[in-house]
Design a protein around this ligand. Structure first.
Ligand code: C5P
Length: 218
C-alpha cells in the first residue's frame, strides 16, 4: 500500500472513531483520533482550573502540552489517557476550547505532522477541509440525532456514568451547534466528501462500505 490518507468527519456520535479504528485495523495503517486531542487539552484545562474563556491561558496550555499517539493510544505529557477524556464534564467544555483559533493551529500542525509520510485514517470535524485537504478519500458520517444520542448514552453507561438520555441529546445538539457555527475551521462537509448516513446500519456494514470505496480508489 502506498501512503494513503483517509479523512472521516461528521457530527458528534456518528460513529466516526469506532469506524475509523476498524478501518485502520483492517488496512494495518495508523488511526488518529483528533477529537481525543481536543478532549485531552480540555481535561488538562479542567484539572488545572483554567477557565475555557481565558483564551490566552488555554493557548499557553496547548503550547506546553506534549501530545503523542502510539499505536492508536493517546499520551498526554507522557501519561496514558483514556476514559477520563470521555466524561460528560469534558463533553460540555470541549467545543468551547476547540473554537479557539490559537488552539486549533497548534493541534492541526501536530496532526499534519503525524500524517506526513504515513498512511492514516484520521477522524474529526475539519480533516477533509483543513488538516488533510488532499486526502485520498473523504467521508462525512452522519446519523439521526436520536441514534447518535443513544450511542453516546450507551458508551457513558458502560463507563458507569449515570446520565439522562434527553440530557445527552441536548449536549450533543449544543456541541454540534458550536462546532458548526464557529468561525475558524467549522464542522462542514468537504465538497468532495462522500456522505454516509449510518442510521440503522451496523458498524461492520459501514466499515465494509468505506473499505470498498477505498479499494476502488487505490
Ligand atoms: O470527535 P469527538 O466527539 O471526540 O470530538 C470532541 C470535540 O472536539 C468536538 O465536539 C469538537 O469541538 C472538537 N473537535 C474539533 N476538531 C476536530 C476534532 C474534534 O473541533 N478535528
Amino acid at each position: 500500500l502506498n501512503n494513503i490518507q483517509i479523512a472521516i468527519d461528521g457530527p458528534a456520535g456518528a460513529g466516526k472513531s469506532t469506524i475509523a479504528k476498524k478501518i485502520a485495523e483492517s488496512l494495518d495503517i495508523t488511526y488518529i483520533d483528533t477529537g481525543a486531542m481536543y478532549r485531552a487539552l480540555t481535561y488538562k484545562a479542567i484539572m488545572n482550573n483554567i477557565s475555557m474563556y481565558n483564551h490566552e491561558e488555554i493557548i499557553q496550555l496547548a503550547a506546553n502540552t506534549d501530545i503523542n499517539i502510539n499505536k492508536g493510544e493517546l499520551y498526554v505529557d507522557a501519561k496514558y489517557v483514556k476514559d477520563e477524556i470521555r466524561s460528560q464534564g469534558v463533553n460540555d467544555h470541549v467545543s468551547y476550547i476547540a473554537q479557539i483559533p490559537g488552539v486549533r493551529k497548534i493541534l492541526v500542525k501536530l496532526q499534519k505532522k503525524i500524517a506526513l509520510g504515513n498512511s492514516v485514517v484520521m477522524d474529526g470535524r475539519d480533516i477533509g477541509t483543513f488538516v488533510l485537504p488532499d486526502a485520498d478519500i473523504k467521508i462525512f458520517l452522519t446519523a439521526s440525532i436520536e441514534e447518535r444520542a443513544y450511542r453516546r448514552y450507551s458508551e457513558l453507561l458502560k463507563q458507569g456514568e449515570n446520565i439522562d438520555l434527553k440530557d445527552i441529546e441536548k449536549s450533543i445538539v449544543e456541541r454540534d451547534r458550536i462546532d458548526t457555527e464557529r468561525e475558524y475551521a467549522p464542522l462542514v462537509k468537504a465538497e468532495d466528501a462522500i456522505i454516509i448516513d449510518t442510521t440503522g446500519l451496523n458498524i461492520d456494514e459501514v466499515v465494509e462500505r468505506i473499505i470498498n470505496l477505498i479499494m476502488k480508489k487505490i
